[in-house]
Design a protein around this ligand. Structure first.
Ligand code: F6R
Length: 614
């Protein structure tokens, strides 16, 4: 969590830092701050609230200067307020720092520094770190870069930091462990950011720091990379970025979430493009092709993920077991990593993560690797920590997802996992060529069927109008669509703050049915091929208790239409592919309800896009 931005070069830093923070606001948005250095004076402004609030507050300071750093915060230590916001000064006022992460042993360091005469204004671990760096500078008589290195060797935790020293107007020092940090390399100018979006209009060249690396960025010089632990020189690998500006702007939509919902036909197609070769009857995926025996000989596949990605993992469990006949366990990464799981070198672990930075998922990967499992990453963000930590992987090609609520990440994750399951089914001889071909050609029709599902938008909006003031909401689905019910409930609660629960439809009679009365909207996924008759019986049970039924059905359905209060149709497809369609009206429903309730759709309260703390 938290976004960091920095600039050093020949342009005015303030507008670059502010714009960059706005692009990174998805990472945290409870407070923000900026420090601009004009070569003689550091001007610092920070505030509780959004980057927009910071922009207003910063009118009070001089904004001139070609070196600047900024921060948008998701609070960990200390409540969100002006004082706890970053940047933080050291006691002398010479050093200024921004930090994304957590210093776990900050209390003991703080005590030691207090004993040496330091005082602290904020409750943050970050202010402790900047003073530790200052103390090292003083006691060891070393320059900033060396002091940062020595200090970081004393801390336990995670960080992406940028720090500068008033005495060195042409230098910023950055370091990373656990939290992401990219350096944009321009013509005699450098950009620093948690991801490349703040500098994409200035340069396509970026260096992503590895864990335990630091860099001294000095104007007129090459970036100097070092390993934090042993001071070994590292060599920057300058990558050419593919991202473009359009992808990270709203493009006429009111919210990123809506834009991203509408991007799904394209995103799914981009995800299978070059992999799904239906006319040749093959699926080509380098990460699987090169490791095929690991999968076909695996005792089982363990899937680890969090949140929406975990729901995609649950859909994958159905697909892998049903189609490829490989046993699968799906685990919350946060539980898996702490419960001494049994993992062997015959296991394959698939980690799913949009951001590729989720701390619990990353830790689960490390644990599985230590125990000898083969780790396969399914990530959206190219070059992210999980992608790099995995033994092999396949990217989803969803493009940047900026709305905090995951939408296109979910459907593209399912697309990648379906491709893998189909490939393994074929390899293991579970599928005849004709059945394989049927799946491939059907998968190719999914983008146009998603497009068609999106046409329900106006109808969904009218349904949203009816239920926008509900206090609770129940989502039911069976089989492949049980995880979709969970995902629908998560979408609603996270952006509209309505309490919602997802259940397997048949579980309703084991408890949740007690909740049903005329006030309770129940969203039921009742597609033709998914245990249809049984779900129809569940709908009858809801109806006889006067619950309000919103049914997601297959085009042309007549039976459910007679029972439900509202019916939203999706095109017909193979059962295993229905989650790619049934999820669309649920995303739209939560979106419209949140808009009608005046909620902040793209930045819901208390959340952040990238959860880099455990
Ligand atoms: C929900 C949502 C979160 C994420 C979760 C995992 O809409 O966005 O539940 O799915 O925090 O994030 P990633 O996929 O980046 O590991």
């Amino acid at each position: 969590m938290c976004g960091i931005v920095g600039y050093i070069g020949h342009r005015e830093a303030f507008p670059i830092v502010i714009k960059g923070l706005q692009r990174l606001e998805y990472r945290g948005y409870d407070s923000a701050g900026v420090a601009i250095y004009d070569g003689s004076k550091i001007n610092l402004s920070k505030t509780k609230g959004k980057v927009e609030d910071l922009k207003n507050k910063a009118k009070e300071i001089s904004q001139a200067g070609t070196l600047g750093i900024g921060h948008t915060r998701w609070a960990t230590h200390g409540v969100p307020n002006d004082v706890n916001s970053h940047p933080h000064y050291s006691n002398s006022g010479d050093l200024v720092i921004i930090h994304n992460g957590i210093i776990e042993n900050y209390e003991s360091i703080k005590k030691a520094l207090i004993n040496r005469g330091y005082s602290f204004k904020s409750d943050t671990d970050t202010e402790v770190l900047v003073n530790l760096i200052e103390e090292v500078q003083k006691t060891e008589g070393v320059k900033l870069g060396k002091a940062v290195q020595i200090a970081l060797n004393q801390v336990v935790g995670a960080y992406a930091i940028a720090v500068f020293d008033k005495k060195k107007p042409d230098e910023i020092v950055v370091a990373k462990l656990g939290s992401p940090l990219a350096i944009g390399v321009g013509e005699n100018e450098f950009f620093i950011a948690s991801d490349a979006s703040p500098f994409i209009e200035f340069t396509n060249n970026a260096v992503y720091l590895e864990d335990e690396e630091m860099a001294i960025i000095r104007l007129g010089k090459e970036i100097k990379l070092r390993k934090i632990k042993n001071d070994a020189i590292a060599y920057p690998n300058i990558l050419e970025l593919q991202m473009n500006l359009e992808e990270i702007e709203k493009g006429g939509y009111d919210h990123f979430m809506l834009k991203e919902i509408y991007e799904q036909p394209r995103a799914i197609m981009d995800t299978y493009r070059g992999r799904l070769l239906a006319d040749q009857g093959i699926i080509r995926m380098a990460g699987i092709d090169e490791n095929i025996e690991k999968f076909t000989n695996a005792n089982r596949i363990i899937i680890v993920a969090c949140g929406t990605s975990w729901h995609a993992g649950l859909v994958a469990e159905y697909i892998f077991e049903d189609l490829a006949r490989i046993p699968v366990e799906v685990e919350y990464a946060s539980e898996f990593r702490y419960r001494n799981p049994i993992i062997t070198d015959k296991d394959v672990l698939i980690a799913i993560s949009q951001s590729g930075e989720t701390a619990d998922t990353l830790a689960a990967i490390k644990l599985a690797k230590e125990k000898g499992a083969f780790v396969f990453g399914v990530c959206n963000v190219v070059g992210s920590s999980i992608a790099r930590e995995s033994n092999a992987g396949a990217y989803t090609h969803a493009g940047p997802e900026i709305g905090v609520a995951s939408t296109k990440a979910f459907t593209t994750q399912i697309t990648v996992l379906t491709l893998i399951a189909l490939k393994l089914a074929k390899e293991k001889g579970e599928f005849s060529s004709s059945k394989f071909h049927e799946y491939l050609t059907e998968l190719e029709t999914i983008p146009s069927k998603v497009e068609k599902s999106l046409q329900s938008n106006a109808l969904v909006e009218t349904v949203a109008e009816v239920y926008k003031d509900s206090a609770n909401c129940l989502y039911l689905g069976r089989g492949y669509n049980f995880p979709v019910a969970l995902e629908g409930a998560l979408k609603l609660k996270e952006i509209s703050y309505i309490h919602a629960e997802g259940y397997p439809a048949a579980e309703m009679k084991h408890g949740p049915i007690a909740l049903i009365d005329e006030q309770m909207p129940v969203i039921v996924i009742a597609t033709k091929k998914g245990h249809y008759e049984k779900v129809v019986s569940n709908i009858q049970e809801i109806k006889s208790r006067k619950g309000k039924i919103i049914a997601i059905v297959t085009e042309g359905d007549v039976q459910v239409k007679e029972l439900a209060d509202h019916v939203i149709e999706i095109p017909e497809t193979l059962e295993s592919l229905t989650p790619l369609l049934t999820t669309i009206p649920l995303q739209l429903l939560s979106y419209h309800i949140a808009v009608m309730r005046n909620c902040n759709v793209d930045q819901p309260r208390n959340l952040a896009k990238s959860v880099t703390v455990e």
